[in-house]
Design a protein around this ligand. Structure first.
Ligand SMILES: Cc1ncc(COP(=O)(O)O)c(C=O)c1O
Length: 405
């Protein structure tokens, strides 16, 4: 497998990788060191614009900030999307610091502590309630602080998003209330101290099949209609989840966004009458940000062992765990990788590793790259689940730098 430079990036006449129109080496010189994550703000804006162009009018777009909570990136995304989805009190603080109005923030995730519930209720953030117990705690806190709690019920769907990298549905789960029990909990949400707003369903992540995503959206809309009738309530909004995947691996294809948009428009058009005034929202993380990010690390050593050539870099799984295949992947495959200092194939396959003293730290296996000590290596699709989803303190190496450009 050779050098893979995805769309959105290029090379100059000397073969150096260009990121946002400038040589990677120059970005590194500005930042002062490697490893370095660079996020291209123009690519982020283009991604959201492509979403808006393809999706039905009026569909809301939330950014799940767990994918990348780098503050300058959050500030930029806050100007593009309709809301942020958060998963902790720490993410609440980051979302508020990014300048996003609390009315545009929703908070999902099991194990919300009382102090996190209180901070969210005081701020006026929407709570996606995960259990009857959590609802009772939120109600007691809302009564104590004398403030209404905005709530939606997260429902554990009786179906999964088929073919997802991570399925979240169709199985016993810590996430949400089982559909069979949902109407009873929805009834408890009517009246003070709650303001009931709707439902949240999340059936899976990292999916590249238009048909599978549409099927789960259709199932979600049908379930929302059935629950609205069973509980006898109207739903101001339904968060349909997300699951849009990214083509990390050779042979993967970008999702066909226009086909998804057409299918979802049809599904919303056919919704049950009870959902006539419901606003639908999608909640996306990696699809919005992964492709805008590049992880740059420097080759420190080149060595041969047992006939295999290794490039040893100053990067590794402590920053970019996902690229080493250790973040929820069953079979390790290469993310797109390139030599950022020069183009062209090398003298045969080589393996790019990080500087950690563990065989898990493989950034790219048997790729046909040129590579000498001093070269910069670029790993693409690094904008999601990179620095914040990696064991940064493991083995005491310095943290990666991050820049939004
Ligand atoms: C509730 C919820 N929302 C959003 C996401 C974001 O997923 P992705 O980054 O794959 O879009 C996740 C991922 O785990 C999730 O659990």
């Amino acid at each position: 497998m050779s050098d893979r430079v995805p769309p959105g990036f290029g090379r100059d006449a000397e073969g150096r990788l260009l990121i946002a129109g400038r040589a990677a080496e120059d970005w590194v010189a500005d930042a002062g060191d490697t490893p370095l994550f660079l996020y291209d703000s123009a690519l982020l804006s283009q991604r959201v614009a492509a979403f808006r162009a393809a999706m039905p009018q009026g569909l809301g777009l939330n950014y799940a900030i767990k994918a990348n909570p780098f503050p300058p990136l959050l500030a930029h995304m806050g100007t593009l999307v309709d809301g942020f989805d958060i998963a902790s009190g720490g993410e609440l603080a980051l979302a508020l610091e990014a300048g996003v109005a609390p009315a545009r923030i929703s908070f999902a995730g099991p194990g919300k502590r009382d102090r996190e519930l209180e901070a969210a209720i005081r701020a006026g953030v929407l709570l996606n309630i995960e259990s009857a117990g959590e609802l009772a705690r939120a109600g007691a806190i809302a009564d104590r602080v004398g403030q209404e709690a905005r709530v939606a019920l997260r429902v554990n769907p009786p179906f999964a998003l088929k073919g997802s990298g991570m399925k979240m549905g169709g199985t016993p789960s810590p996430f949400g209330v089982d559909a069979a029990d949902a109407a009873a909990v929805i009834r408890q949400m009517q009246g003070r101290p709650f303001r009931f707003e709707g439902l949240h369903l999340y059936a899976g992540s990292q999916n590249l099949s238009v048909e599978a995503i549409l099927e789960s959206q259709r199932q979600t809309i049908a379930l929302a209609g059935a629950l609205s009738a069973e509980a006898g309530v109207t739903l101001a909004h339904v968060n349909l989840g997300g699951g849009f995947g990214v083509p990390y691996f050779p042979g993967d294809r970008e999702l066909d966004l226009p086909a998804l948009g057409r299918g979802l428009a049809e599904a919303i058009g056919d919704r049950p009458a009870a959902l006539g005034r419901t606003r639908f929202v999608l909640e996306l993380g990696r699809w919005l940000v992964a492709g805008a990010g590049v992880y740059l690390c420097r080759v420190i050593d080149r060595k041969v062992s047992g006939g295999e050539t290794f490039l040893v870099t100053d990067g590794g799984l402590h920053h970019q765990l996902a690229a080493t295949g250790n973040f929820g992947t069953v079979i390790r495959r290469n993310y797109p990788v390139a030599n950022a200092s020069r183009a062209g194939p090398g003298a045969g396959p080589l393996t790019v590793v990080g500087c950690l003293c563990t065989p898990l730290d493989r950034l790219a296996d048997k790729v046909d790259l040129a590579g000498e000590p001093g070269d910069l290596i670029a790993l693409f699709h690094a904008g999601a689940y990179g620095r914040s989803a990696s064991p940064e303190r493991f083995l005491g190496h310095p943290p990666a730098l991050e820049r939004l450009v």
